[in-house]
Ligand binder design. Structure first.
Ligand SMILES: C[S@@+](CC[C@H](N)C(=O)[O-])C[C@H]1O[C@@H](n2cnc3c(N)ncnc32)[C@H](O)[C@@H]1O
Length: 314
């Protein structure tokens, strides 16, 4: 299968409006460079903008670097995890930036490349991989074949919000006892059997299990709130942070992190005295998360679950 390395940037107009504000000239960090769609828009917004793009996928870095070569020294790419944002900027002796964008999750390029093992919709035998950073050791196959039944069930339930998690974990453990589960097709068929779903489904029964494993392999939710705190630390006053999420687990963390950073107590209701240590460092620009328009979803169905939230440093 040939791979067409295309990824339409999600909510391009809304993301740019919330990220740039009036300050179109400046240094921006694209924390999830991908194929560079959003970075290109930022660089086109003014001849004065510069972008540092981060990604933990070396292939994405290479493709985006070629795409954005036309912008010369206004663009630089760094192969790293965005959770290292402070160290990366320190190494470059950059004290603060004008804006930071994070468009979380996988790119269409990753999803559409069968060898990367993110999707079960290919006929080919795709390996159960799902690593965004292919230099990382743990793959989805490692988790599926090595976690205990209860650990697997917890991952599938927690990160996939899959009600049939226990049944799926039980069947995985029974099947891997006969032979290791190595391909996306094997796992997808097994999930279909576990949930006893036949025929025409609206969403493939394995969707939630695959989402769960992807999140676990890439530790996608780990330290997301710390990333928000670090990003705000390196913003200049008036600088903006815009984050696009693709599922409720991520969005909940970002919403809560923005509440905390804007001075709202996030202690559980059962706690009589506030101990969360909130302090007002930002103004939230999006009282409600922004969703893509129906027109955008018609052109780019993968945008349908996207939510954009933005805040501005005081
Ligand atoms: C949705 S895509 C971004 C697409 C990009 N905005 C564009 O328009 O082409 C998300 C990208 O973030 C990267 N990514 C996900 N988690 C990351 C992390 N913790 N650190 C760095 N990059 C990450 C993925 O490898 C992927 O390339």
């Amino acid at each position: 299968m040939t791979v067409n390395p295309v990824h339409l940037p999600v909510m391009p107009v809304e993301a740019l409006a919330n990220l740039l504000g009036d300050d179109k000239a400046g240094l921006f960090v694209d924390a999830t460079l991908g194929l560079g769609g959003h970075s290109e828009l930022i660089l086109q917004a003014s001849s004065q903008t510069r972008v540092i793009g981060l990604d933990r996928d070396a292939e994405a870095i290479a493709l985006a670097t070629t795409r954005l070569a036309q912008f010369g020294e206004r663009f630089a790419a760094v192969h790293c995890d965005y959770r290292q944002i402070k160290t990366i900027l320190e190494q470059r002796k950059i004290e603060s930036v004008t804006g930071i964008l994070a468009d979380l999750g996988v790119s269409s390029f990753q999803f559409d490349t069968p060898e990367r093992g993110f999707s079960f919709r290919f006929d080919a035998e795709s390996p159960l991989d799902m690593r965004m950073d292919r230099s990382q050791q743990t793959t989805a196959a490692n988790l599926v074949n090595e976690l205990s039944e209860s650990e697997l069930a917890d991952v599938i339930y927690e990160f996939g919000e899959e009600r049939a998690a226990r049944r799926i974990a039980r069947l995985i453990v029974a099947e891997r006892g006969k032979a290791p589960i190595k391909t996306t097709t094997q796992l997808a068929n097994l999930v279909v059997r576990a949930v006893h779903q036949k025929g025409h489904w609206r969403i493939h029964p394995a969707t939630k299990t695959f989402q769960a494993l992807r999140i676990a392999v890439n530790r996608e939710l780990d330290d997301l709130d710390q990333f928000v705190a670090d990003a705000i630390d390196v913003l200049k006053p008036g600088g903006r942070l815009a984050i696009i999420t693709f599922h409720s687990l991520e969005d909940r963390i970002i919403k809560q992190a923005f509440r905390f950073q804007s001075g709202h107590c996030v202690c559980p209701p059962s706690q009589p005295v506030c101990q969360c240590g909130t302090a007002k460092r930002v103004t939230v620009l999006t009282r409600k998360a922004i969703s893509p328009t129906a027109e955008e979803i018609a052109v780019n169905p993968r945008a349908r679950s996207a939510k954009l939230r933005a805040c501005q440093k005081l």
